[in-house]
Design a protein. Structure first.
Length: 600
């Protein structure tokens, strides 16, 4: 971790004994812009609304903002984290319907929600990246007294160029229309134009008493933003923080800048004059959904959604999505975390898949395991480790609870990447019950879980990429003209060959009784005997099918002959289905697979 900008702070490891803050899922606003969120803390006169960044940046910093909300609640404030309209769990499954004015209005409604439902006399805003700009535009209407602008986007035109540049990097995979696809999040051109037109001079800061300008310590300070704030009659407080690049790493690798979180909490508490010992927290698990003000169910003509806390200890935050009208009986699909992304999925993939399933009459649950997404609480072991051994315990606990307490009987365990791994591991557990199928989407691990370093799946994916390149004359031309790192290519291909050789020798050893039993092979055999279907969904350049065949070639072949294993190869689909065309291919294939289960 980089050195903190201010005073030294406790490390993440030293926070194991911090009290757990009560959290309650909430819904607020009116159709068609109802927002889903989490309320942190149990009461207080001061409310804080956290305005998240845009798209993939929110996925990277989701855990950071969760810890920030907990920290503010420990200092005696009531904190609301929420998803903007058309994002996350909020209303609006069609991503190109989102408008910037709707996002600004959502912040205003969030502040009103804290006042009307929880009696907060004063409200402050904290905005990260583009969320800071949204906070600035909403401040006066929200009645905000204090605003913290964290690494703010102050130049709308430059930020819009950045969005378009990121979209252009992925354009070779996309057959999309004029909409702007940014790391899996689809934005309407009108939304991007509104971003480009945004200027700090247009922010409405009437009634704001203090502003914190919380800037990165690794870039030059934004003097123009300071001048704009001064022109509005506000002299901002100035702080810098370390750790910005690591904060926006991939969700599984992103780090929480603990010093920055503590500085923000301290600054907000100082403005609100909250006594340091007035926090509302308790030791224990997350509470189940209860009367926290506002609606408890999100409903429209296609689906109805409500929050659940699954598991015997009620510690796995989940969203149950059901068809809005009665359909023929269908199995319940359980969607496990994709890597370390929270339950909405990368690029909102899970939320949209759940609503597509509801359209087809299929219910689903998207869940956060106890060390991922909204399941994280202070002191949880293996925080943010998507391959932690405890994941299997969570999966089995959830399977039991969804049947025993909620009455669902026919279940489909499903997931992308690490979610696919745990779906298979849960399905082949001898104590698993109630399963109708397991659906694996682009798994990178099939057998032994990775304990660090590169997984076999990533190695296989690289080898597959090189093998496909061998069919291209343009690639050979680069080889012949020494434009390719031949040493790296040789290392990948020989590494892959050794992995395959090890698998073959291990299979021979098992036949001779000299090696440990093939757990995956035994599990697949047991699934076939129990008439539990297996669906494998892989992008055209993904190694999932190769890995499954390598792990248990005979059982995979037998399963395919018996139609117990179905493989769906999806053209022009990357690992997380970032383009809209890729998402639609997956949705169609997944719905078709679930439809076959109704006739089994």
């Amino acid at each position: 971790m980089p050195e903190p900008a201010l005073a030294p702070r406790p490390s993440e490891a030293s926070r194991r004994d911090v009290a757990v803050v009560p959290r309650v899922p909430v819904l607020f606003g009116e159709a068609p812009h109802r927002c889903a969120g989490w309320l942190h803390g149990t009461g207080g006169a001061i409310g804080v609304v956290i305005c998240a960044p845009l798209g993939a940046e929110e996925e990277c910093t989701h855990r950071c903002l969760l810890h920030l909300a907990d920290g503010l609640a420990r200092r005696g404030m009531v904190v609301l984290r929420f998803d903007y309209p058309g994002a996350g769990d909020s209303e609006g499954e069609d991503p190109d319907h989102a408008r910037l004015d709707d996002w600004v209005g959502a912040v205003v409604r969030a502040a009103s929600f804290l006042r009307e439902q929880f009696g907060c006399s004063h409200v402050g805003l904290i905005g990260l990246r583009f969320g800071a700009a949204v906070a600035g535009m909403a401040a006066a209407r929200a009645g905000a007294r204090w605003i913290a602008l964290w690494a703010p986007v102050a130049n709308g035109r430059a930020y819009a160029r950045e969005l378009r540049a990121v979209a252009a990097l992925g354009s070779r995979h996309s057959g999309d229309d004029a909409r702007v696809g940014v790391a899996g999040h689809l934005l309407d051109p009108a939304f991007v134009e509104a971003v480009a037109a945004m200027r700090t001079q247009d922010w409405d800061l009437g009634g704001v008493r203090r502003i914190l300008l919380f800037e990165r310590d690794d870039v030059a300070r934004d003097e123009k933003l300071r001048e704009s704030l001064r022109d509005m009659g506000i002299e901002p407080d100035l702080l810098a923080f370390a750790g910005y690049p690591a904060m926006f790493d991939r969700p599984q690798d992103a780090e929480v800048p603990w010093a920055a979180v503590d500085d923000l909490c301290d600054w907000m508490a100082a403005q609100a004059r909250v006594p340091p010992d007035s926090g509302h927290s308790q030791i224990g698990a997350l509470p189940g959904p209860g009367p926290a003000g506002g609606a408890t169910e999100l409903r429209n003509g296609v689906y109805r959604e409500r929050r659940l806390m699954l598991g015997t200890a009620r510690r796995l935050p989940s969203v149950l999505c059901e068809p809005a009208v009665d359909h023929a009986v269908a199995p319940l699909v359980l969607l496990l975390n994709a890597g370390a992304v929270h339950h909405t999925g990368p690029g909102r993939l899970y939320a949209r898949l759940a609503r597509e399933l509801a359209r087809a009459g299929v219910p689903s649950v998207r869940v956060d395991l106890s060390m991922l997404g909204d399941g994280i609480v202070a002191g949880v072991p293996d925080e943010n480790d998507c391959y932690a051994a405890a994941c299997l315990h969570d999966v089995m606990d959830m399977l039991d609870d969804i049947q025993d307490r909620h009455g669902f009987r026919d279940l489909v365990l499903a997931g992308l990447c690490s979610g696919a791994y745990w779906a298979l591991q849960g399905a082949i557990e001898p104590r698993a019950r109630g399963l109708r199928a397991v659906a694996m989407i682009n798994p990178l691990v099939i057998g032994r879980r990775p304990l660090g370093g590169k997984s076999i799946g990533l190695e296989a994916a690289e080898a597959l990429r090189y093998r496909r390149s061998m069919r291209s004359w343009a690639k050979w031309k680069k080889v012949l003209t020494l434009q390719v790192d031949l040493a790296a290519a040789f290392k990948v291909l020989t590494g892959r060959a050794l992995s395959v050789l090890r698998a073959v020798l291990q299979d021979i050893g098992r036949r001779l009784g000299l090696a440990e039993p093939n757990v995956i092979g035994q599990g697949l055999r047991r699934l076939r005997a129990g008439q539990v279907a297996v669906g494998l969904f892989v992008g055209h350049a993904e190694p999932g099918y190769l890995l499954l065949r390598q792990e248990s070639p005979r059982e995979v072949a037998a399963g395919q002959r018996a139609s117990a294993i179905q493989v769906f190869t999806l053209d022009d689909c990357d690992h997380t289905f970032t383009t809209e065309a890729a998402k639609q291919r997956l949705f169609r294939a997944f719905v078709a697979f679930v439809e076959t289960l109704r006739t089994r």
